[in-house]
Design a binder for this molecule. Structure first.
Ligand SMILES: Cc1cc2nc3c(=O)[nH]c(=O)nc-3n(C[C@H](O)[C@H](O)[C@H](O)COP(=O)(O)O)c2cc1C
Length: 477
């Protein structure tokens, strides 16, 4: 198997976009697009007039043109959108997603993968999804597979069901997954490709599946007990950007309020290597030395996030990237591992950037609203029907839906904050823009090493060149 040494990590929302993944894959490494909320991102690009016709052109490659046309008819505005006009929201996912939402989701994942691949037969492209966001997985994976995606990477949970789902979808068969309903109940959602297409579904290539994990226990369990073949692992340490696994045992906070990770949280790489599947290590490894150390521990290579998140090709809004780079230049880019911000309940790393949700004032001034809803979870109403709630939604709504007040405290709306940080923030009443939130790994200040001769920005190639530079450390132990 020809495996990449570097995986450019999937970073949502739209930070790992097709442009970044294309650049990395052209250099023979694995370029990964983020599929999280990409349906909303594409709907917003289309409403903004789809400059240069990029999306509409790639949608022409979608093998089922009736679907592509319906999405364009519904979301494309030829004259774009006035800067103070709000975006039309797309329907929210639930246990019965609408046909139009399934179509937009599948088509947007198809489009990101196809744009990243750019008809290059040698390119390797992956798609990253979060296990916590269950129901959108099926149409997202199906759309990505229609574009011939090579790898699927998924973490933030235990994605045991995914290998079997990939087998089914590749075979054109209905795929089913389970999702949690509050109080320990589970429910199922099935996506039938033939029903979706309105004709018998074709056979498709089955992408390789890399599970993102933090422990040897999970590696062993996934290798043995998944619904099909797991093809490898990305092992993330607690200093990686984005969501982190919670520390083992009862939550303890340091004097700044961040979760304390201990020796039990350090992944046992020898045990992971003993599973016998290829693996990559992530979390502060974006150096030539890091790559050599990972290989010495038996890994094929590394997955890199933060370094790519702040490069020119990433989807991060230029204004935010500039602020972060200026802070890093003086060693002042601070990352806070927030145990409460994410409605998933997982710790989430928040970069402390002025005028973003990391500032108390900005956070407190935001009026809660839940109109993207990706992190909502299911619950049962008294009449037995299913409802959906998010700990970051307006508190009174959450309580009405049976949630507990303590679960709402200090929660951030990551959906609106992250989509804003990719430049697609919603406009609210009185022309108030949704504020951004940025995430990055603990090694954020180290990005300055990619800046050449006092430059204010760097490219994805600068990152790759620097990691792939010859190093003194031998590649094997
Ligand atoms: C801005 C940003 C967003 C991220 N979003 C995701 C995500 O949506 N899904 C995921 O599996 N990992 C996500 N990650 C983690 C990366 O894919 C990668 O594993 C991690 O950043 C590696 O550690 P490093 O940041 O020290 O390089 C994100 C990381 C960053 C910096």
């Amino acid at each position: 198997m020809n495996l990449p040494q570097i995986i450019q990590g999937g970073m949502g929302i739209a930070i790992s976009n097709w442009r970044l993944a294309r650049t990395v894959s052209e250099k023979g490494q694995l370029g990964v697009v983020s599929g999280t909320a990409i349906d909303s991102v594409h709907a917003r690009i289309l409403q903004d007039g789809d400059e240069g016709g990029l999306l509409r052109n790639v949608y022409k490659k979608f093998p089922f043109q009736d679907i592509a046309q319906r999405v364009i008819d519904r979301w494309f505005s030829p004259n774009g959108r006035a800067a103070d006009a709000p975006y039309k929201s797309i329907p929210l996912f639930s246990e019965k997603p609408s046909k139009s939402l399934l179509e937009l989701t599948a088509l947007s994942c198809f489009g990101e993968v196809a744009l990243a691949r750019n008809d290059n037969p040698k390119a390797s492209i992956g798609i990253n999804l979060l296990d916590k966001i269950r129901i959108p997985q099926l149409p997202s994976l199906y759309g990505a597979m229609l574009a011939g995606v090579d790898y699927v990477l998924m973490g933030a949970g235990i994605p045991r069901h995914v290998p079997g789902v990939l087998d089914k979808l590749a075979d054109g068969q209905p795929a089913t997954l389970k999702f949690e309903v509050a109080n320990g109940e589970e429910a199922e959602y099935t996506f039938d490709p033939s029903e979706f297409l309105g004709q018998p579904a074709p056979k498709l290539k089955r992408p390789k599946f890399l599970a993102i994990i933090t422990s040897a226990t999970l590696a062993i369990s996934l290798a043995k007990k998944s619904s099909g073949k797991v093809d490898g692992f990305v092992v993330e340490t607690a200093i990686a950007g984005g969501h982190n696994a919670p520390p083992r045992g009862p939550l303890q906070l340091d004097d700044q309020g961040q979760p304390i990770y201990g020796a039990r949280d350090v992944p046992e790489l020898d045990k992971i290597a003993a599973v016998g599947l290829p693996f990559w290590i992530a979390g502060g490894y974006a150096t030539a030395q890091g790559l050599a150390e990972a290989k010495a521990a038996g890994a094929v290579g590394i997955q890199v996030g933060t370094a790519f998140a702040c490069c020119e090709e990433s989807g991060m809004a230029a204004s935010l990237r500039k602020k972060i780079i200026s802070l890093a230049k003086v060693g002042a880019a601070k990352v806070f591992t927030d145990p409460f911000a994410s409605p998933t309940g997982f710790p989430f790393k928040v970069v402390q950037v002025p005028e973003t949700l990391s500032e108390k004032k900005v956070y407190e001034e935001r009026k809660r609203i839940c109109d993207l809803g990706y992190l909502r979870t299911a619950f049962r109403r008294e009449d037995g029907t299913m409802g959906w709630r998010c700990a970051s939604e307006p508190v009174e709504d959450y309580l009405r839906k049976g949630g507990k007040v303590e679960e709402t405290e200090k929660r951030m709306c990551l959906c609106n904050g992250l989509i804003a940080s990719a430049g697609f923030g919603q406009v609210r009443k009185n022309n108030i823009m949704e504020s951004m939130v940025a995430t990055a790994g603990d090694s954020l200040n180290d990005i300055v090493r990619f800046l050449k001769n006092g430059a204010d920005s760097y490219s994805a190639l600068d990152v790759l060149d620097s990691i792939l530079a010859p190093t003194e450390i031998p590649a094997t132990a």
